[in-house]
Design a protein around this ligand. Structure first.
Ligand SMILES: *Cc1c(COP(=O)(O)O)cnc(C)c1O
Length: 385
Protein backbone atom coordinates (compact mmCIF):
# COMPACT_ATOMS: atom_id res chain seq x y z
CA UNK A 1 0.00 0.00 0.00
CA UNK A 2 1.13 3.51 -0.87
CA UNK A 3 0.98 6.02 1.97
CA UNK A 4 0.15 9.56 1.00
CA UNK A 5 1.10 12.56 3.10
CA UNK A 6 -1.93 13.57 5.11
CA UNK A 7 -3.16 17.10 5.81
CA UNK A 8 -6.82 16.32 6.35
CA UNK A 9 -8.75 17.60 9.37
CA UNK A 10 -8.33 14.22 11.02
CA UNK A 11 -7.04 11.64 11.44
CA UNK A 12 -3.94 13.73 12.11
CA UNK A 13 -0.28 12.81 12.19
CA UNK A 14 0.76 10.80 15.22
CA UNK A 15 4.07 11.72 16.83
CA UNK A 16 6.74 9.04 16.90
CA UNK A 17 6.73 8.53 20.67
CA UNK A 18 3.00 7.84 20.48
CA UNK A 19 3.31 5.45 17.53
CA UNK A 20 6.12 3.53 19.19
CA UNK A 21 4.03 3.10 22.33
CA UNK A 22 1.63 0.95 20.30
CA UNK A 23 4.41 -1.54 19.72
CA UNK A 24 5.13 -2.06 23.40
CA UNK A 25 4.05 -5.15 25.24
CA UNK A 26 1.05 -4.69 27.52
CA UNK A 27 -0.30 -6.83 30.30
CA UNK A 28 -3.63 -8.59 29.96
CA UNK A 29 -6.26 -5.85 30.46
CA UNK A 30 -8.82 -8.35 31.77
CA UNK A 31 -6.71 -10.08 34.38
CA UNK A 32 -4.22 -7.46 35.49
CA UNK A 33 -5.93 -5.40 38.21
CA UNK A 34 -3.25 -2.75 37.85
CA UNK A 35 -4.57 -2.09 34.38
CA UNK A 36 -7.87 -0.87 35.89
CA UNK A 37 -5.90 1.72 37.86
CA UNK A 38 -3.90 2.66 34.81
CA UNK A 39 -7.10 3.07 32.76
CA UNK A 40 -8.48 5.29 35.52
CA UNK A 41 -5.29 7.35 35.64
CA UNK A 42 -5.32 7.98 31.88
CA UNK A 43 -9.03 8.89 32.08
CA UNK A 44 -8.26 11.44 34.76
CA UNK A 45 -5.40 12.86 32.70
CA UNK A 46 -7.88 13.18 29.83
CA UNK A 47 -10.26 14.95 32.23
CA UNK A 48 -7.52 17.39 33.18
CA UNK A 49 -7.04 18.31 29.50
CA UNK A 50 -10.83 18.71 29.12
CA UNK A 51 -11.12 20.81 32.28
CA UNK A 52 -13.30 18.42 34.23
CA UNK A 53 -13.34 16.38 37.41
CA UNK A 54 -16.34 14.43 36.08
CA UNK A 55 -15.97 10.75 35.26
CA UNK A 56 -14.25 10.28 31.93
CA UNK A 57 -14.62 7.05 29.97
CA UNK A 58 -12.41 5.84 27.17
CA UNK A 59 -14.58 3.66 24.97
CA UNK A 60 -13.10 1.16 22.55
CA UNK A 61 -14.37 2.63 19.31
CA UNK A 62 -13.96 5.66 17.09
CA UNK A 63 -15.31 9.11 18.11
CA UNK A 64 -18.79 8.48 16.71
CA UNK A 65 -19.33 5.82 19.40
CA UNK A 66 -19.32 8.56 22.05
CA UNK A 67 -22.05 10.53 20.28
CA UNK A 68 -24.21 7.43 19.91
CA UNK A 69 -23.54 6.33 23.51
CA UNK A 70 -24.61 9.74 24.86
CA UNK A 71 -27.90 9.55 22.94
CA UNK A 72 -28.46 5.85 23.69
CA UNK A 73 -27.88 6.33 27.40
CA UNK A 74 -29.98 9.47 27.85
CA UNK A 75 -32.88 8.96 25.44
CA UNK A 76 -36.08 7.24 26.50
CA UNK A 77 -38.95 6.65 24.09
CA UNK A 78 -40.90 9.88 23.67
CA UNK A 79 -38.22 12.17 25.14
CA UNK A 80 -38.02 15.55 23.45
CA UNK A 81 -34.45 16.45 22.54
CA UNK A 82 -33.33 19.82 21.24
CA UNK A 83 -30.88 19.41 18.35
CA UNK A 84 -29.00 22.65 17.69
CA UNK A 85 -27.97 22.61 14.06
CA UNK A 86 -25.64 24.83 12.08
CA UNK A 87 -23.73 22.11 10.30
CA UNK A 88 -23.64 18.53 9.15
CA UNK A 89 -22.62 16.94 12.47
CA UNK A 90 -25.01 19.27 14.31
CA UNK A 91 -27.98 18.06 12.30
CA UNK A 92 -26.71 14.48 12.40
CA UNK A 93 -27.49 14.11 16.10
CA UNK A 94 -31.18 13.82 15.20
CA UNK A 95 -30.59 10.34 13.75
CA UNK A 96 -29.17 9.03 17.02
CA UNK A 97 -32.03 10.59 18.99
CA UNK A 98 -34.59 8.97 16.66
CA UNK A 99 -32.80 5.62 16.69
CA UNK A 100 -33.33 5.39 20.46
CA UNK A 101 -36.98 6.45 20.31
CA UNK A 102 -36.62 10.14 21.14
CA UNK A 103 -38.30 13.05 19.40
CA UNK A 104 -35.65 15.36 18.01
CA UNK A 105 -36.67 19.00 17.67
CA UNK A 106 -34.16 20.44 15.22
CA UNK A 107 -33.45 24.14 15.62
CA UNK A 108 -31.50 25.19 12.53
CA UNK A 109 -29.33 28.24 12.02
CA UNK A 110 -27.11 29.68 9.31
CA UNK A 111 -24.24 27.27 8.59
CA UNK A 112 -21.86 30.15 7.91
CA UNK A 113 -21.55 31.38 11.48
CA UNK A 114 -21.73 30.26 15.10
CA UNK A 115 -25.12 29.54 16.69
CA UNK A 116 -26.56 32.91 17.79
CA UNK A 117 -26.94 32.72 21.57
CA UNK A 118 -29.70 35.31 21.89
CA UNK A 119 -31.85 33.53 19.31
CA UNK A 120 -31.53 30.33 21.30
CA UNK A 121 -32.53 32.21 24.44
CA UNK A 122 -35.62 33.62 22.73
CA UNK A 123 -36.57 30.16 21.58
CA UNK A 124 -36.07 28.62 25.04
CA UNK A 125 -38.22 31.26 26.66
CA UNK A 126 -41.12 29.91 24.60
CA UNK A 127 -40.25 26.22 24.74
CA UNK A 128 -37.78 24.51 27.03
CA UNK A 129 -39.35 21.14 27.72
CA UNK A 130 -36.38 19.11 26.60
CA UNK A 131 -34.54 16.36 28.42
CA UNK A 132 -31.29 17.30 26.80
CA UNK A 133 -29.82 19.33 23.96
CA UNK A 134 -27.09 18.42 21.49
CA UNK A 135 -24.59 20.72 19.86
CA UNK A 136 -21.24 20.57 18.13
CA UNK A 137 -18.19 22.51 19.30
CA UNK A 138 -16.38 22.60 15.93
CA UNK A 139 -18.55 21.36 13.05
CA UNK A 140 -15.67 20.18 10.91
CA UNK A 141 -17.21 20.08 7.39
CA UNK A 142 -17.64 23.88 7.47
CA UNK A 143 -15.13 24.67 10.28
CA UNK A 144 -17.68 26.63 12.32
CA UNK A 145 -17.03 27.01 16.05
CA UNK A 146 -19.93 27.27 18.46
CA UNK A 147 -19.58 29.19 21.70
CA UNK A 148 -20.09 26.42 24.24
CA UNK A 149 -19.17 28.86 27.03
CA UNK A 150 -22.44 30.73 26.42
CA UNK A 151 -24.71 28.08 24.92
CA UNK A 152 -24.27 25.35 27.53
CA UNK A 153 -24.80 27.54 30.63
CA UNK A 154 -27.87 28.99 28.87
CA UNK A 155 -29.35 25.53 28.30
CA UNK A 156 -28.64 24.61 31.92
CA UNK A 157 -30.43 27.77 33.05
CA UNK A 158 -33.53 26.18 31.51
CA UNK A 159 -32.87 22.82 33.17
CA UNK A 160 -31.72 21.11 29.96
CA UNK A 161 -28.83 18.63 29.97
CA UNK A 162 -26.09 19.37 27.46
CA UNK A 163 -24.37 16.94 25.09
CA UNK A 164 -21.43 18.41 23.15
CA UNK A 165 -19.51 16.87 20.26
CA UNK A 166 -16.04 18.32 20.68
CA UNK A 167 -14.29 15.62 18.64
CA UNK A 168 -12.73 18.21 16.31
CA UNK A 169 -12.53 21.00 18.87
CA UNK A 170 -10.88 19.79 22.06
CA UNK A 171 -7.18 20.56 22.51
CA UNK A 172 -7.28 22.95 19.53
CA UNK A 173 -9.91 25.17 21.17
CA UNK A 174 -10.67 25.48 24.90
CA UNK A 175 -13.55 23.24 25.96
CA UNK A 176 -13.51 23.76 29.79
CA UNK A 177 -16.15 21.14 30.49
CA UNK A 178 -16.86 22.03 34.15
CA UNK A 179 -16.78 25.78 33.72
CA UNK A 180 -19.12 25.51 30.73
CA UNK A 181 -21.44 23.03 32.47
CA UNK A 182 -21.24 20.36 29.80
CA UNK A 183 -23.02 17.21 31.00
CA UNK A 184 -21.69 14.84 28.37
CA UNK A 185 -18.68 15.95 26.37
CA UNK A 186 -17.50 13.71 23.50
CA UNK A 187 -14.04 13.58 22.00
CA UNK A 188 -11.97 11.36 19.76
CA UNK A 189 -8.30 10.49 19.83
CA UNK A 190 -7.59 11.11 16.14
CA UNK A 191 -8.12 14.85 15.86
CA UNK A 192 -6.19 17.50 17.84
CA UNK A 193 -5.09 14.95 20.45
CA UNK A 194 -3.10 13.27 17.66
CA UNK A 195 -3.28 9.72 18.97
CA UNK A 196 -4.30 6.79 16.74
CA UNK A 197 -7.94 6.29 15.74
CA UNK A 198 -9.64 3.90 18.12
CA UNK A 199 -10.96 5.49 21.31
CA UNK A 200 -14.03 7.59 21.98
CA UNK A 201 -13.77 9.93 24.95
CA UNK A 202 -16.84 10.74 27.04
CA UNK A 203 -17.11 12.81 30.21
CA UNK A 204 -20.27 12.39 32.28
CA UNK A 205 -21.58 14.82 34.92
CA UNK A 206 -23.44 13.83 38.08
CA UNK A 207 -26.59 15.34 36.58
CA UNK A 208 -26.25 13.13 33.48
CA UNK A 209 -25.53 10.06 35.62
CA UNK A 210 -28.68 10.71 37.60
CA UNK A 211 -30.73 11.05 34.40
CA UNK A 212 -29.42 7.64 33.28
CA UNK A 213 -29.99 6.01 36.68
CA UNK A 214 -33.59 7.19 36.97
CA UNK A 215 -34.78 6.03 33.56
CA UNK A 216 -38.12 4.20 33.36
CA UNK A 217 -36.94 1.98 30.51
CA UNK A 218 -33.69 0.07 30.01
CA UNK A 219 -30.96 1.43 27.72
CA UNK A 220 -31.43 -0.26 24.34
CA UNK A 221 -27.78 -1.11 23.80
CA UNK A 222 -24.87 -2.77 25.49
CA UNK A 223 -21.88 -1.30 23.67
CA UNK A 224 -23.38 2.22 23.65
CA UNK A 225 -24.61 2.00 27.25
CA UNK A 226 -22.50 4.29 29.41
CA UNK A 227 -23.83 2.70 32.62
CA UNK A 228 -21.94 -0.54 32.07
CA UNK A 229 -18.82 1.26 33.34
CA UNK A 230 -20.46 2.30 36.59
CA UNK A 231 -18.20 1.83 39.62
CA UNK A 232 -15.59 -0.01 37.59
CA UNK A 233 -12.82 1.08 39.97
CA UNK A 234 -14.62 -0.28 43.05
CA UNK A 235 -15.70 -3.40 41.19
CA UNK A 236 -12.18 -3.82 39.81
CA UNK A 237 -13.68 -4.75 36.50
CA UNK A 238 -14.19 -3.14 33.11
CA UNK A 239 -17.19 -4.23 30.99
CA UNK A 240 -15.22 -5.54 28.01
CA UNK A 241 -11.62 -6.09 27.00
CA UNK A 242 -9.90 -2.73 26.64
CA UNK A 243 -7.34 -2.01 23.91
CA UNK A 244 -4.44 -1.54 26.32
CA UNK A 245 -2.09 -0.38 23.55
CA UNK A 246 -4.48 2.39 22.51
CA UNK A 247 -4.87 3.57 26.10
CA UNK A 248 -1.09 3.68 26.49
CA UNK A 249 -0.72 5.62 23.23
CA UNK A 250 -3.33 8.15 24.37
CA UNK A 251 -1.44 8.49 27.65
CA UNK A 252 1.74 9.49 25.79
CA UNK A 253 -0.15 11.84 23.45
CA UNK A 254 -1.65 13.57 26.52
CA UNK A 255 1.82 13.86 28.05
CA UNK A 256 3.01 15.54 24.85
CA UNK A 257 0.17 18.07 25.20
CA UNK A 258 0.69 18.68 28.92
CA UNK A 259 4.43 19.08 28.44
CA UNK A 260 3.92 21.73 25.79
CA UNK A 261 1.25 23.28 28.03
CA UNK A 262 -2.41 23.49 27.08
CA UNK A 263 -2.33 27.28 26.76
CA UNK A 264 0.69 27.09 24.45
CA UNK A 265 -1.09 24.46 22.36
CA UNK A 266 -4.15 26.73 22.00
CA UNK A 267 -1.89 29.62 21.06
CA UNK A 268 -0.11 27.51 18.45
CA UNK A 269 -3.47 26.64 16.87
CA UNK A 270 -4.62 30.27 16.96
CA UNK A 271 -1.49 31.61 15.27
CA UNK A 272 -1.57 29.00 12.52
CA UNK A 273 -5.30 29.44 11.94
CA UNK A 274 -5.10 33.24 11.82
CA UNK A 275 -2.25 33.08 9.35
CA UNK A 276 -4.05 30.54 7.13
CA UNK A 277 -7.22 32.64 7.06
CA UNK A 278 -5.30 35.83 6.25
CA UNK A 279 -3.29 34.12 3.52
CA UNK A 280 -6.38 32.61 1.86
CA UNK A 281 -8.08 36.00 1.70
CA UNK A 282 -4.98 37.88 0.56
CA UNK A 283 -4.58 35.29 -2.19
CA UNK A 284 -8.05 36.10 -3.51
CA UNK A 285 -10.06 33.13 -2.32
CA UNK A 286 -12.86 33.45 0.20
CA UNK A 287 -13.47 31.73 3.47
CA UNK A 288 -16.70 29.74 3.62
CA UNK A 289 -17.69 31.27 6.97
CA UNK A 290 -18.66 34.85 7.62
CA UNK A 291 -17.40 34.55 11.23
CA UNK A 292 -16.62 32.13 14.08
CA UNK A 293 -14.08 29.85 12.43
CA UNK A 294 -12.45 27.16 14.54
CA UNK A 295 -8.70 27.27 14.93
CA UNK A 296 -8.52 23.56 14.08
CA UNK A 297 -9.60 23.70 10.42
CA UNK A 298 -10.17 26.23 7.65
CA UNK A 299 -12.93 25.89 5.07
CA UNK A 300 -12.14 27.66 1.81
CA UNK A 301 -14.77 28.29 -0.87
CA UNK A 302 -13.58 27.03 -4.24
CA UNK A 303 -14.87 28.85 -7.35
CA UNK A 304 -17.62 26.80 -9.02
CA UNK A 305 -15.80 26.67 -12.37
CA UNK A 306 -13.01 24.69 -10.70
CA UNK A 307 -14.89 22.77 -8.02
CA UNK A 308 -13.38 21.38 -4.82
CA UNK A 309 -13.66 17.76 -6.00
CA UNK A 310 -11.76 18.40 -9.23
CA UNK A 311 -9.09 20.30 -7.32
CA UNK A 312 -8.77 17.47 -4.81
CA UNK A 313 -8.47 14.85 -7.55
CA UNK A 314 -5.92 16.92 -9.46
CA UNK A 315 -3.70 17.49 -6.42
CA UNK A 316 -3.84 13.80 -5.59
CA UNK A 317 -2.89 12.77 -9.12
CA UNK A 318 -0.29 15.46 -9.81
CA UNK A 319 1.33 15.86 -6.39
CA UNK A 320 0.50 12.68 -4.46
CA UNK A 321 -1.12 14.73 -1.73
CA UNK A 322 -4.51 14.04 -0.24
CA UNK A 323 -6.43 17.14 0.71
CA UNK A 324 -9.93 17.19 2.14
CA UNK A 325 -13.02 18.63 0.57
CA UNK A 326 -16.21 18.69 2.62
CA UNK A 327 -19.28 16.49 2.98
CA UNK A 328 -22.82 16.26 1.60
CA UNK A 329 -24.04 19.51 0.00
CA UNK A 330 -20.63 21.13 0.50
CA UNK A 331 -18.50 18.37 -1.01
CA UNK A 332 -17.76 20.29 -4.23
CA UNK A 333 -17.91 23.75 -2.65
CA UNK A 334 -15.38 23.65 0.18
CA UNK A 335 -11.74 22.71 0.40
CA UNK A 336 -10.57 22.09 3.95
CA UNK A 337 -7.16 22.71 5.38
CA UNK A 338 -6.72 20.74 8.57
CA UNK A 339 -4.42 22.33 11.12
CA UNK A 340 -5.09 20.49 14.32
CA UNK A 341 -2.80 18.78 16.79
CA UNK A 342 0.41 17.51 15.19
CA UNK A 343 -0.64 19.08 11.89
CA UNK A 344 -0.68 22.59 13.39
CA UNK A 345 2.94 23.38 12.66
CA UNK A 346 4.04 25.98 10.10
CA UNK A 347 6.19 23.69 7.94
CA UNK A 348 3.28 21.27 7.44
CA UNK A 349 0.78 24.00 6.66
CA UNK A 350 3.27 25.64 4.29
CA UNK A 351 3.62 22.37 2.36
CA UNK A 352 -0.10 21.90 1.90
CA UNK A 353 -0.74 25.54 0.94
CA UNK A 354 2.07 25.43 -1.62
CA UNK A 355 0.50 22.35 -3.21
CA UNK A 356 -2.94 23.96 -3.25
CA UNK A 357 -1.41 26.99 -4.96
CA UNK A 358 0.12 24.75 -7.64
CA UNK A 359 -3.12 22.83 -8.05
CA UNK A 360 -5.18 25.98 -8.45
CA UNK A 361 -2.70 27.46 -10.97
CA UNK A 362 -2.81 24.25 -13.02
CA UNK A 363 -6.59 24.54 -13.18
CA UNK A 364 -6.48 28.15 -14.31
CA UNK A 365 -7.05 30.10 -11.09
CA UNK A 366 -4.99 33.26 -10.83
CA UNK A 367 -4.28 34.04 -7.21
CA UNK A 368 -2.58 37.18 -5.93
CA UNK A 369 0.95 36.16 -5.06
CA UNK A 370 1.93 32.77 -3.69
CA UNK A 371 -0.31 31.14 -1.10
CA UNK A 372 2.59 29.57 0.81
CA UNK A 373 4.52 32.83 0.95
CA UNK A 374 1.43 34.75 2.03
CA UNK A 375 1.00 32.26 4.85
CA UNK A 376 4.61 32.65 5.97
CA UNK A 377 4.30 36.45 5.95
CA UNK A 378 1.09 36.32 7.98
CA UNK A 379 2.57 33.75 10.36
CA UNK A 380 5.59 35.96 10.99
CA UNK A 381 3.23 38.83 11.84
CA UNK A 382 1.33 36.59 14.28
CA UNK A 383 4.57 35.88 16.10
CA UNK A 384 5.51 39.53 16.36
CA UNK A 385 2.48 40.42 18.47
C1 LIG B 1 -14.19 13.57 13.09
C2 LIG B 1 -15.43 13.92 13.78
C3 LIG B 1 -16.20 12.96 14.42
C4 LIG B 1 -15.81 11.51 14.36
O1 LIG B 1 -16.34 11.02 13.21
P1 LIG B 1 -15.67 10.41 11.91
O2 LIG B 1 -16.45 11.03 10.80
O3 LIG B 1 -15.90 8.96 11.98
O4 LIG B 1 -14.22 10.75 11.88
C5 LIG B 1 -17.33 13.37 15.10
N1 LIG B 1 -17.69 14.67 15.15
C6 LIG B 1 -16.97 15.62 14.54
C7 LIG B 1 -17.42 17.04 14.63
C8 LIG B 1 -15.82 15.28 13.83
O5 LIG B 1 -15.09 16.21 13.21
Amino acid sequence: MKFQPNYAPGPTDVRENVRLTLAKKTSNPDFDKEFIHYYHEVSQKMGKVMGTTNDVLLLAGEGILGLEAACASLTEPGDRVLVLDNGIYGEGFKYFVEMYGGEPVVLSFDDRQGIPVEEVRNYLEKDHHFKYATLVHCDTPTSVLNDVSKLCPLLKEFGILTVVDSVAGMVGEPIDVDQNQIDICCGGTQKAISAPVGLAIVSISEHAKKAMATRQTPIASFYANLRIFEDYVEKQSLPYTMPADQIAALDVALDNILQEGLETVYERHAKIANAVRKAVEAYGLSLFLTSDASNTVTAVSIPAEIGALQLQEHIKEAYNLYIATSLAQYADVILRIGHMGENAFPEKVLAVLTMIDHGLCDLGFKGTGNLGQLFLDAYRMENEY
